[in-house]
Each structure stands twice: as C-alpha cells, then as structure tokens.
Design a protein around this ligand. Sequence first.
Ligand code: NAD
Length: 286
Amino acid sequence: MSAVVIDGKAIARSIREEIAREVEQLKQEGIHPGLAVVLVGQDPASHSYVKGKVKGCEEVGIYSEVVCLEESVSQAELHETIEQIKKKTNIHGILVQLPLPPHISEEAVLDLIPAEKDVDGFHPENVGKMVIGKESLLPCTPHGIVKLIQTTGTDLNGKHVVVIGRSNIVGKPVSLLLLQENATVTLCHSRTRNLADLTRQADILVVAVGKPHLIGKEHVSPGTIVIDVGVNRLENGKLVGDVRFDEVAEVASYITPVPGGVGPMTITMLLANTVKAAKAQTRKGD
Ligand code: NAD
C-alpha cells in the first residue's frame, strides 16, 4: 500500500479536545451548550447514531437530552414536541434523527427547527447561506470531509475535486463547500456517463453513494486523495465503504478507511455546531 491512511478517529479526537476546552471556558462564563435529539421509532441504526451523539456530548461536556417517540407518532404530535423543545432555554441545538417514518413529512419537520438551532445544517436558511458563502451552521458530514482533506496539507485552490453522489446531506453540500475553497468541482451521480473518465481526472475524489466496492483502481489516477463517505453493511456483518480500499490504496496518495474515516468527523462537527449555536444565541441575549 502506498497511500497514507487518513485517521479520522485521531483527527476527530484532537478536534474534540479543542471543543472540550472551549466548552469548559464557556461554562466559566455561565454558558452551558445543550443539544436535544428527537428520535422516532426503533430503527437500530438510528438508535446507534443517537447513542454516538450523546456519548460525543458527554465527552466534551455538552448537555444533551434525547426525546424518544413511537413510530406511530403523528405529524402534529411531532411538531408539538419540537415546539416544546424550542422553548427550553438550556437547549441551543435541536436535531431530528433521520430517516423519519414514511407517514411523516421530513421537510415540514426540518422547517420547524429555528435556523439558529439547526445544528445539522439542513434548514433552508442555513443551506441558502452556505450557497452564497455566508457564515452559517454547516452540515456536519460535508464540513468534516473538508476538514479531513485539509489535514493532508493540500491547498484546495484550483484543485480538481470529483464528487460522486448528489444528495442534499452529502454530495451537493460538500461540492459547494469545496467550491467555496476555490476547488474546481465536478459533481457526478447515477446518470453520469463514463464515470471513470471523469474520476481519473480528479486530484481529490469524494465518494458518497452507498454502494459497496463501487470504486476501484480503474477509477483513480496515481496520487489522488480519496475520501470514502459510504457506509455499507455486508451480509457477513462487515462495515465497508464505497471504495475497494486495498486496491485503491495502491494508487492513491491519501485514503480514508471505513470505519474510522469520515464517520467520526460527522459527530465531531455536530458538537462544534452546538457550541457555535450556543455562543451565537447567548451573545444575542436570548
Ligand atoms: P443517497 O442515497 O441520498 O445518495 C446517493 C447518491 O449516489 C445519489 O445522488 C445517486 O445519484 C448517486 N449514485 C447512485 N448510484 C450511483 C452510481 N452507480 N454511480 C454514480 N452515482 C451513483 O445517499 P447519501 O445519504 O448521500 O449517503 C451516501 C453514503 O454515505 C451512504 O452509504 C451513507 O450511509 C453514507 N453516509 C455516511 C455518513 C458518515 O457520517 N460517515 C454520513 C452520511 C451518509
């Protein structure tokens, strides 16, 4: 293997240490950042993600609470729960764990969360601000990906980044954030023709599809930085990314593993957003 493995766990740990120091400082000023998570239903993956978020909060000293609701909850009941949380002065960040059951409109729920408490960075106001490059709460996974790329010491100016996947939570926002860093961005998706011709032109390749082993060495030119966002569970229980790690690591300059790459950064950026939201709301005198 010639690629350097980007150790997302270690990078996340060091950012969390910084966040913990900041939280400690804020507490001395009488500000205790707080996060509320709304969890609907029994989906094991969602429960496991929420557990990770609560653990992350504990690690850095952020107050957290989880509101669990039955799968059968109505749209109105869910809205009422969020309205109640919005009134709590000790809560600066609110997130609703996705996906929600099919009978619930996710869009209506996300619109309810005030932009200043939208620590997932999904509210249209925060998305709009990100598009025009204005200060906002950034979506966690894309923000974490940019941070990981920056730890390689690469200057993004003029670099050709190819992103595969155009979802609202990863592909689209990470493309915008990298554009903001002056990269030249090509955004590929399921209808893109001749994918390998495009990906072979990349200095940096970000793969966010959700298909195990989709990307192999035929897609990657020597020296490319490869960020694998995919999280796929195989039938044997093993967790893998979208990239065939062993063969791509032979040609890439840097590569993220799955698990232990992008994943740990996502929660870390959520913690950073909660602290940022707490500071912004307290300064406004809320
Ligand atoms: P999504 O299903 O919403 O989007 C997938 C995208 O891949 C779509 O835009 C689609 O056009 C594209 N696509 C599908 N097949 C393709 C193909 N053959 N060639 C090119 N493009 C193709 O998924 P998502 O929510 O963006 O998540 C993507 C992956 O990232 C999933 O595995 C998810 O679990 C993972 N993820 C990880 C984290 C993390 O913190 N590590 C966070 C979010 C998502």
